[in-house]
Write a protein that binds this ligand. Structure first.
Ligand code: SAM
Length: 221
């Protein structure tokens, strides 16, 4: 249950020095004023984060994962990468949490510039729609955490869920779809399936993926 992992009461309580010691050395006046800008929700084994880390070396990013063992694996993976590649992978970390409940505890208004929802657990049944990680209600929270201009990336191999996520985003007043040109120009889009463990599995099995990528906007009056 949630009682087994500590949750910050509010974003300023989040311990940056524990997650990013290179940027926030203990007992130093040189501590950065950086904040986390990318959040990979349900990060699984962390493949996307590892790729993003070197693509955006100055951006702090975090994976949010509910499974204890998987979170521990990602922690070890990052520590290993830091040890074998001095100076690299300092900008990436992971936290064990229930992202469907605690996003506002971690991020201030407009803090994030990218959020990822890649191959989330589907919860197929009609009555379980409200348990989905993309829903009209949760999109309000994500819109709050995202900066205007920030991007939300979703992908799944479950067609019905793909339609659902796209529909929720399309109907939400604070999101607009990216154009084909914008999608082509964004290097992150290619990583959604190639860098995630789940995307690689789908590709190996010759499966289809369904993508929806939307920008946080200021709603028109
Ligand atoms: N995004 C990764 C990828 O594409 O390889 C992992 C996909 S995996 C199918 C979905 C992950 O979401 C699982 O690791 C699961 O434990 C995690 N998850 C499910 N519900 C969650 C929640 N409420 N909060 C955080 N993580 C969650």
């Amino acid at each position: 249950s949630d009682s087994h992992f500590p949750i910050p009461l509010f974003p300023s309580q989040f311990d940056y020095s524990q997650h990013y010691p290179h940027f926030f050395p203990a007992s130093s006046e040189n501590a950065s004023n950086k904040k986390i800008q990318f959040a990979d929700i349900g990060c699984g084994f962390g493949g996307l984060l590892v790729s993003l880390s070197t693509l955006f070396p100055d951006t702090l990013m975090i994976g949010m994962e509910i499974r204890d063992k998987v979170t521990e694996y990602v922690k070890e993976r990052i520590l290993g990468l830091r040890a074998t590649n001095p100076g690299q992978y300092q900008n990436v970390s992971v936290v064990r949490t229930n992202s469907m409940k605690y996003i506002p505890n971690y991020f201030e208004k407009g803090q994030l510039t990218k959020m990822f929802f890649l191959f989330p657990d589907p919860h197929f049944k009609e009555k379980n729609h409200r348990r989905r990680v993309i829903s009209p209600h949760l999109l309000d929270e994500y819109a709050y955490a995202l900066a205007v201009g920030g991007i939300i990336y979703t992908m799944t191999d479950v067609e019905e869920l793909g339609e659902w996520m796209k529909g929720c985003l399309e109907d939400h007043p604070m999101f607009e779809t990216l154009t084909e040109e914008e999608l082509k120009a964004d290097p992150v889009v290619k990583l959604l399936s190639s860098a995630t463990e789940e995307g690689q599995k789908v590709a190996r099995n010759g499966g289809q993926t369904f993508r929806a990528v939307y920008r946080r906007i200021t709603p028109s009056q």
